[in-house]
Write a new protein. Sequence first.
Lengths: 205, 179
Amino acid sequence: MEMEKKNKKINYKLLLDLFMTFFKISPITFGGGFAMIPIMEEELVHKRKWIGKEEIVDVFAVSQSVPGAIAVNSATFVGYQIGGIPGALASLLGIVIPTFIIIIILGALLASFQHNIHVQAALQGIRPVVVALIGSAAYKMSRVSLVDKVCVTLCVACIMSLLLFKSLNLILVIFLGAALGIMVVKVKEVQNYSLAQKKVRGEKF
Amino acid sequence: MNIFVDMFVTFFKLGLVSFGGGYAMIPLIQKEVESHHWLNMSQFTDMIAVSAMAPGPIATNTATILGYKIAGLSGAAVACLSVTLPSLLLILIIGQLFIKYQNHPLVKAAFYGLRPTIVGVIAYSAIKFAISNGIIGGSNFVDVKSLILLVIGFIILIKTKFHPAYLILASGIIGIMIF
C-alpha cells in the first residue's frame, strides 16, 4: 500500500517534470525539429539522465521516419519511453502549448496589420525568401536522400509529373514513391543474383 | 460545425502521411488550401513566413495559424490537435516496433524510394509557390526584384548558418525599401 502510494506520487512529479522540461525547450527552438535535437540531447541525456545516449539516437531516428513534425515526434517518444502513455501526453502538451500560444499571437498581429502599406511591402520582400526557404529544405534533404542515379531519376520524375498533371494526388505520389523503392531494390537483388549465378557457371565450365 | 469536422479530417490525414517532417507537410497543406479555397496563395505564403519565424515545428505552426485564419481560436485549436494527434498515435502504436524494424530490408527499400519522392514533392512546392506569388511565370515572366531576393536568400540558406528567422526579418526590411 505504502509503496503504491509512493509510486503514484513519483509518477505525477515525473509527469510535471516532463511537461515543464519540454515546455521550456519548446519556445527556444527556432527552426523546428533539427534545431531541437542537440538541445533535447543536452537536457534529457546529460542534465536529467532520463535516457541513455544510444537510446536517444534510436528515438531521433524513429522520429524522423514516422510522419509528422520531428520535434513533436521526438518529444512524444521520449515521454513515452520515460513515463508510458501519460508521459507521452505530458511531453506532447509541453512541446505544443508554448508554440501554439506564440503562433496565435503572431497570427492575430498579422491579421490586424496586413493591410498596412509598409507591412504589404515587407511581405512582398519576404515571400521570395519563403520560396527560397522551401527550396533550401528540398536541397538540404536531397544531399542525403539522392544517393544514386535511381534516386535522382525518381526525384526528377516526381517533380515533372506533379508539374504536368495538376490534379495528381500528393498522398498517392508519396506512397507510389515508397512502392517504387521496394520494386527497384527487388529488381536489383534479382539482377545481382543472376549475375552471381552466371559467374558461378562461368567458373565451372 | 461542419468546417471543424472538415478541418479535423483534413489535418489528421496530412499528419498521417507527412513523412520527412515539417517541410514535407507544406506541399500537402498547400494542396488542401487550394482545393478547399481557404486562402489565396499569397496569404498562405505570408502564413508560412510567420510560421518559419516563430519557434517550434513549422508543420504545427502552419496548421495552427491556418486554422486561426479559417475559424478563429477554436479553428486554431482543432487544426493543432488534428495535426499532432497522428504523431501521438503512431509513436505509441509503432514507435517500439520501428526501433526493431528500422533496419529491415523492406523498410529500408521503402525509404530508399520515399526519400527522393519527398524531395521532389518539396521542390515542386517551391516552384509552385514561386509561380503563385508571381515571382516566375507572371505577366512579366519574371519579377526581377523578387527573383534576386529569392536567389540571394537561397544561397545564404544553403551556404551559411544564418538563421531563417533573421533572414525573413531582413528581407522584410529590404521589401519596405524596394517595393
